[in-house]
Design a protein around this ligand. Structure first.
Ligand SMILES: Nc1ncnc2c1ncn2[C@@H]1O[C@H](COP(=O)(O)OP(=O)(O)OP(=O)(O)O)[C@@H](O)[C@H]1O
Ligand SMILES: [Mg+2]
Length: 245
């Protein structure tokens, strides 16, 4: 079996005149935390959506655990072992925290008793006992992010995709989220994470990839990638400080 849990091969997506993602390829090793960076509009979420089955790729191949998942719908991708969270968190409103987690667990099983046990275990893991019976509509933004993370984990994923986990969080909340994500990985989950907050990405990622205008422009160790001229240019323009200084 390949060491790579995820293999992405030349995926592409065009929206009208915009080539949102252009022949992007990368692998994700088992147990790795891979950060996906890039300025606004780089194509990060579109790439995510193709991998998770929310958007059909125009071309390219996606393999999870050695199996081709290209063209599968989100439900099928999720059953294959991939869960995701959204840039704008979307827990199920009108349901409590516990119910959100139970619904997630039921993706993989019809065993109601197991799904409740799984939900309760995740309530403890994420420190959400106090909000277990609160409707997701009445939670703070950060609590909603945690519920969404819990719902993703309740499907027992091999691979977790997270799109901007600390947007709008306080510094303390961001720190808490970083610790949680590390603990998630220590439980054997491989993670692909989009995040704009550099401190979070640098503290979490084993490796980072960078997208710009739909293309992959860098792939390597976090501290090395953020020094590459192409990457600095993508963020700060041609005249970024340091180009000539
Ligand atoms: N559903 C869509 N219809 C038309 N254009 C789209 C659609 N989704 C994305 N795009 C365009 O594709 C490009 C990439 O967008 P995408 O959301 O993937 O970027 P991103 O890297 O996630 O940006 P951000 O950091 O702002 O979230 C942008 O030019 C965007 O306007
Ligand atoms: Mg995005």
């Amino acid at each position: 079996m390949s060491d790579n849990l995820l293999e992405v091969e030349r995926i592409a997506k065009r929206y009208g005149g915009v080539q949102a993602v252009k022949d992007v390829s990368f692998n994700l090793a088992r147990g790795e935390i891979l950060g996906l960076l890039g300025p606004n509009g780089a194509g990060k979420t579109t790439a995510f959506n193709m991998i998770a089955g929310f958007v059909a790729a125009d071309s390219g191949r996606i393999r999870l655990n050695g199996r081709d998942i290209t063209g599968k719908r989100p439900w099928g991708v999720c059953k294959s072992g991939l869960a995701r969270t959204f840039q704008l968190s979307k827990p199920f409103g009108g349901m409590t925290t516990r119910e959100n987690l139970i619904v997630g667990a039921l993706v993989k099983t019809n065993d109601r008793k197991y799904s409740v046990e799984r939900a309760d275990e995740l309530l403890d893991f994420l420190g959400m006992r106090e909000i277990a019976d609160v409707d997701a509509d009445n939670l703070t933004a950060f609590e909603r992010r945690k519920v969404e993370l819990g719902r993703a984990l309740s499907t027992d994923p091999a691979l977790l995709l997270m799109d901007e986990v600390v947007a709008g969080a306080t510094p303390q909340e961001a720190l808490l989220m970083v610790q949680l994500i590390k603990q998630v990985r220590d439980r054997g989950v491989t993670i692909l994470i989009i995040e704009h907050v550099m401190k979070v990405i640098m503290g979490l990622s084993d490796r980072v990839i960078v997208m710009h205008l739909g293309e992959l422009i860098a792939n390597g160790a976090p501290t090395e990638v953020v020094r590459q001229p192409d990457v600095l240019k993508a963020y700060f323009g041609d005249d970024y400080a340091g180009a000539d200084a």
